[in-house]
Design a protein around this ligand. Structure first.
Ligand code: FRU
Length: 493
């Protein structure tokens, strides 16, 4: 793909090119069963996540033509339960001079009884210089979108480079606020905050002061919300160096939690930045509030600038399962939304007992299940690590391995022996420290090409893509010293 090809004009695929491509993509052995994925091309950030008029609206960044970051569109889905999603088709095309090189990320909000969106229109000049525009659009009764032009915020403010994007809008006491990811002219990342009385005419309030003056070169996809009276600032900083077990992916996503956030100071005092997910593939989160007051999060299960095995099949990536957020002991807790129990088709395994050796669980189904494993390390034992192998092919020594190490109080995942290797330059293991490890609880969602692990009711998570070869579907548990365990597995629809 040349640069020109990536930025092809949208009219180029009005023929049946995409239909043919979709047929080929559907043959891929790595298509997911219960995750949002593109029918062709590349999906990246979740966008416009909003509950409006009895339905969830969720969009994603989409380049239809192939697995590259080309000319971005917004693709639209709706749901009443966060489980079954209806495809609504393309919502926003890069079809104006203000978003000619991509309808980039943004968010949704409700104004005057209508769903609105604010997104970044990406423009490249003839000299290939970037111009970021923040544009508001409104969904009409027939589901089409009207863009309000010229842009609500055109170009980048003084003191910042042309990396200004991803507005997240909310309304508070009749005023609209937006946080927007930005890069200062000294090439450090930050977040700008704006306000508006009508969501069209915006005033720059200043930078959100998160007390992290030199923390990466760009902060993407900011989100600011309250849980239990505390303010959470969530964002995806680029340019952090690995530090112990943290920051091993190319780019990060994490948060700070503050007791207080005053609009006149825009200051967040907190105990430090915390990584949100310990897995390999997790980026560009977005949250929305549900009618019953829950804060729901979804993310791109992928990363920029990394080649994935399905690239050669002309499609790439999916979104994570939706998660409910809460705060406990100064940390964000993430749990799969309770609605997901609706995916359970049949319980295929329910086993428990004492174990001090290897045990293989007989199962025949595909990699499409939910697994719950509770392990208690018996006090009298010498606490050797326990390993759980998913996607196992014992004959060929293939597996995705989860190691629980109670003495080190660490959980490690290892995908080096699982299916098609990729992104190995960034390492093949990830480790999470766990505070309490006399007993560990795992809830795991395995789909054809992904594994999402929730540790101890969401105290930690590991989100990863995997590309197992045919036959890599086995499951076994190995205990080096005695454990008491309980394992349940449901095949998912
Ligand atoms: C994050 C991101 C956003 C941008 C979008 C473009 O993955 O780079 O900052 O708006 O993707 O697709």
């Amino acid at each position: 793909w040349t640069r020109e090809e990536r930025y092809k004009q949208t009219s180029d695929y009005s023929d049946n090119y995409l239909e043919e491509l979709a047929k080929r993509v559907a043959q891929s052995p790595f298509r997911q069963n219960y995750h949002i994925q593109p029918n062709t091309g590349l999906l990246n950030d979740p966008n416009g996540f909003t509950y409006f008029d009895g339905k969830w609206h969720l969009f994603y960044q989409w380049f239809p033509m192939g697995a590259v970051h080309g000319l971005k569109h917004w693709y639209h889905l709706t749901s009443t339960d966060l489980v079954q999603w209806k495809e609504e088709g393309v919502a926003l095309l890069p079809d104006t001079p203000y978003d000619s090189h991509g309808v980039y990320s943004g968010s949704g909000f409700v104004k005057d009884g209508q769903l609105h969106i604010m997104y970044t229109g990406n423009v490249r000049t003839e000299e290939w210089e970037r111009v970021p525009n923040q544009i508001v659009a409104r969904m009409e009764a027939d589901g089409s979108f009207t863009k309000f032009l010229p842009p609500a915020i055109a170009g980048n403010p003084e003191g910042y480079t042309d990396h200004v994007r991803d507005p997240k809008v909310w309304e508070q006491h009749g005023i609209y606020y937006a946080v927007i990811g930005a890069q200062r002219t000294d090439e450090t990342g930050t977040i700008l905050m704006y306000r508006s009385a009508d969501a069209l005419d915006w005033e720059l309030m200043g930078e959100v002061d998160a007390g992290l003056p030199d923390f990466g070169f760009m902060w993407e996809c900011p989100d600011l919300f309250e849980i239990d009276g505390k303010t959470v600032l969530l964002f995806s900083p680029q340019g952090l160096e690995p530090e112990g077990d943290r920051y091993h992916n190319i780019f990060q996503t994490g948060y700070v939690i503050a007791d207080d956030f005053r609009m006149d100071e825009l200051k967040l005092e907190h105990e430090g930045f915390q990584e949100l997910d310990a897995g390999f593939d997790f980026y560009a989160t977005q949250t929305a509030e549900s009618p019953d007051g829950r804060r729901i999060l979804t993310a791109w299960m992928g990363l920029p600038e990394i080649a994935y095995p399905t690239d050669s099949e002309d499609w790439a990536h999916c979104l994570t399962l939706p998660r409910e957020l809460s705060i406990k002991d100064g940390k964000l807790i993430q749990q799969p939304v309770r609605e997901l129990v609706a995916l359970r088709k049949k319980q295929a395994l329910s086993e428990s007992g004492l174990l001090s050796e290897a045990k293989r669980f007989e199962r025949s189904g595909a990699n499409c299940y939910e697994l719950q494993l509770d392990v208690t390390f018996l006090a009298s034992a010498d606490h050797a690590p326990v390993t759980l192998d998913l996607c196992e092919d014992a004959v060929n020594d293939k597996h995705f391995r989860i190691t629980l190490d109670p003495s080190a109080k660490k959980i490690t995942i290892d995908r080096s022996q699982c299916g098609i290797p990729f992104a190995e330059d960034f390492g093949t293991t990830r480790t999470l420290s766990v505070e309490q490890m006399d007993a560990v609880k795992l809830q795991i969602f395995v789909d054809t090409s992904s594994i999402e692990i929730f540790v101890n009711d969401g105290e930690g998570t590991f989100t990863s893509r995997v590309f197992p070869e045919a036959g890599e579907t086995g499951l076994s548990l190995v205990a080096g010293s005695t454990i008491d365990y309980r394992l349940k597995l449901w095949e998912l629809a």
